[in-house]
Write a protein that binds this ligand. Structure first.
Ligand SMILES: [Fe+2]
Length: 289
């Protein structure tokens, strides 16, 4: 689902101001302010002790990291909708933006979501309720899913890894407001509570990620286009056939071929390689040849 405004054009308006404007307007779907709310707004509004979200400006606080937990599984499919026919649960749409510290939206950020099903179970043999996507040219993302079920020892949450192109990975979790277990979950962080509204028979949530990067817009506005400004590492070995050894820090474009552990892969999504995203782990980025 696309988002209706370009945050680049709204940089003079704080995200908090937009949220307040939307709230004052009444029953405005959350997507109208798509991504304008940070979790901290909701946490504060819900009575938690989290500080108010500062205006969006240079020096905005990065989103906090959280533990990965035991159920992350690399190689999730590329998709924005985790709901499949027959899926049980309350529909939930999570949307927002990925920003740098300076409030500049980050296009092409990799977001990898995973969560429990309605019964609180993770799919560890397949990829149910697992999926990754890239923020669009405006830094926006949208995830279609359900409200995850509860499981022992935790409050309700969604796991996510967010990575700006070529930058380190933020691993964190998103939470829901007004959950009784928020008060007893030792991992819970009120700064990571989403803004959630009920719309029809489902819920719409928003959360903006602020990554600890400069947030310099990339000339390439889509991860499917060839990145510029980064040349393949000169130290990457090259074979006569043009195949290089996969290497962290190298920018790959669609069609590039690499070898990793003796296996040849073809790049199917332009990206900058990062430890943890080795070709066998990210089938959405690399296809075995
Ligand atoms: Fe979990």
């Amino acid at each position: 689902m696309s988002t209706p405004h370009n945050p680049l054009g709204d940089r003079q308006i704080s995200r908090k101001s937009l949220l307040k404007a939307a709230a004052l307007a009444g029953a405005v779907p959350v997507l109208i302010g798509g991504g304008t709310a940070l979790a901290r707004d909701t946490a504060a509004a819900g009575g938690n002790t989290a500080p108010l979200t500062p205006d969006c400006h240079d020096g905005d606080a990065p989103t906090g990291a959280q533990i990965e937990g035991p159920y992350f599984k690399p190689g999730s499919p590329l998709r924005t909708n985790l709901v499949t026919p027959g899926t049980q649960g309350t529909p939930l749409t999570v949307s927002g933006y990925v920003f740098g510290r300076n409030c500049v939206p980050i296009a092409g950020a990799l977001l990898d979501f995973w969560q429990a099903d309605v019964n609180g179970n993770y799919d560890n043999s397949g990829y149910t309720f697992r999926g990754h996507q890239f923020s669009d040219a405006n830094g926006a993302y949208t995830l279609g899913t359900i409200i995850p079920g509860l499981y022992p020892g935790r409050t309700r949450h969604i796991h996510v890894k967010v990575q700006a192109p070529g930058q380190s990975i933020l691993t964190t979790q998103l939470y829901f407001p007004n959950e009784p277990r928020n008060a007893t979950d030792t991992i819970f962080d009120p700064a990571l509570v989403m803004t959630v509204r009920q719309v029809g028979n489902g819920s719409q949530a928003s959360f903006d990620f602020v990554l600890n990067v400069n947030g310099t817009p990339r000339p390439s506005t889509s991860p499917s286009s060839s990145p510029s400004g980064n040349s393949p590492s000169p130290s990457a070995s090259s074979s006569p056939g043009g195949t290089t050894t996969w290497q962290v820090g190298t920018s790959y474009k669609v069609g590039d071929q690499v070898t990793y552990n003796g296996v040849t892969y073809v790049c199917i999504q332009a990206h900058t390689a990062f430890a943890g995203w080795e070709p066998p782990n990210v089938p959405a980025l690399w296809s075995r040849r």
